[in-house]
Design a protein around this ligand. Structure first.
Ligand SMILES: Nc1ncnc2c1ncn2[C@@H]1O[C@H](COP(=O)(O)OP(=O)(O)OP(=O)(O)O)[C@@H](O)[C@H]1O
Length: 303
């Protein structure tokens, strides 16, 4: 794999597209994975995430996914900003530019703000998945590393290289989150495939001993769905989500719509009504405040 240093793309240097001639200044490296290196870049005062790939075939599937979603009217609209090639030291590399999502991983968000946030984050993640599923796609490679959480538990998905049209075979996945790996179902792209990965992700947030990874390292014939069910049963912190998780890992939740409804019931009451109506639990407070202000006004100005 070619690293960013080898590419000679240091902070402050410019990536200029060969075809569209747009220039992006590198602010810092956001991360590097199997398909490329992602940089935070600046163009005309706006920050973007720019991914330089090592192989255009690998990058193309992600670009195609982003292109499709960008055209939609969903919250994924306008995600893809630019696609081009850059020449570095005489060699050509493909790159694309997307919206930059500021935030952190689920694990660090929960550590900082408390584990109660898990239910709201889970709700927001299910809604994102539902948007994707409604358009006829599954995400495929759903895992901790591909989710960014920002303030108020807002969730964004990143790395759409695994996005697959429903009915096809999932093209990119991570074993730990893959139901095929656990002998719990096929790799056909359907809602329940992502919902299985969602359940694993929720389980991983309480897995301080990393026991799921240890289980995954076992022999294939010793690894099965029952191990996962036992994990859920042992995890006290997941008590209220037990039924949901059992259903998700056994493929009994067939639609993300149904999953959203089931998960909503797990939300603490105030959050639940806030997320449902979009108004929030601040309404009663606003009402109380307005009464107090009225009282103060009457007291000050009454003749
Ligand atoms: N749109 C974005 N906004 C903010 N950060 C991003 C964005 N896209 C990617 N990143 C950051 O860059 C890192 C690497 O990105 P990504 O997972 O897409 O690379 P990859 O090469 O496909 O990795 P993998 O080997 O996991 O498939 C991410 O973990 C994330 O921290």
């Amino acid at each position: 794999m070619t690293s960013s240093e080898e590419l000679g793309l240091a902070v402050g240097s410019t990536i200029r597209g060969k075809w569209r001639n747009r220039a992006y200044t590198i602010v810092r490296t956001l991360g590097a994975g199997s398909n490329g290196t992602v940089f935070l870049v600046n163009r005309g005062g706006t920050q973007y995430a720019l991914k330089v790939g090592y192989d255009s075939v690998d990058l193309m599937s992600e670009v195609n996914a982003l292109r499709t979603l960008s055209k939609s009217t969903s919250s994924f609209h306008g995600m893809l900003i630019d696609v081009d090639d850059v020449i570095v030291s005489g060699k050509e590399y493909p790159f694309f530019v997307m919206k930059f999502h500021e935030g952190t991983t689920i694990a660090s968000f929960l550590q900082k703000h408390g584990s109660d946030w898990l239910y709201l984050i889970g709700m927001n993640l299910l809604r994102k998945l539902q948007e994707l599923h409604d358009q006829g796609y599954v995400f495929g490679d759903l895992k901790m590393e591909n989710i960014i959480v920002s303030s108020y538990g807002h969730v964004e998905l990143i790395d759409f290289g695994g996005m697959t049209a429903k009915g096809r075979s999932v093209k990119q996945f991570t074993e730990l989150y893959d139901r095929g790996f656990w002998g719990a179902g096929s790799r056909v792209a359907e809602d329940s495939y992502d919902l299985f990965a969602f359940a694993i992700l929720i389980m991983r947030t309480v897995d301080t001993q990393d026991s799921l990874s240890k289980l995954a390292k076992g022999l294939p014939q010793n690894r099965n769905l029952q191990d996962l069910k036992d994990f859920v049963d042992r995890s006290e912190k997941l008590n209220s989500a037990k039924m949901f998780l059992h259903q998700a890992i056994s493929g009994q939740l067939n639609s993300t719509r149904a999953a959203c409804e089931a998960w909503r019931k797990l939300l603490p009451k105030t959050t639940s009504s806030a997320t449902k109506s979009g108004s929030g639990s601040w309404l009663p407070w606003c009402f109380a405040l307005s009464i107090v202000l009225l009282g103060v006004t009457v007291y000050l100005y009454w003749p």
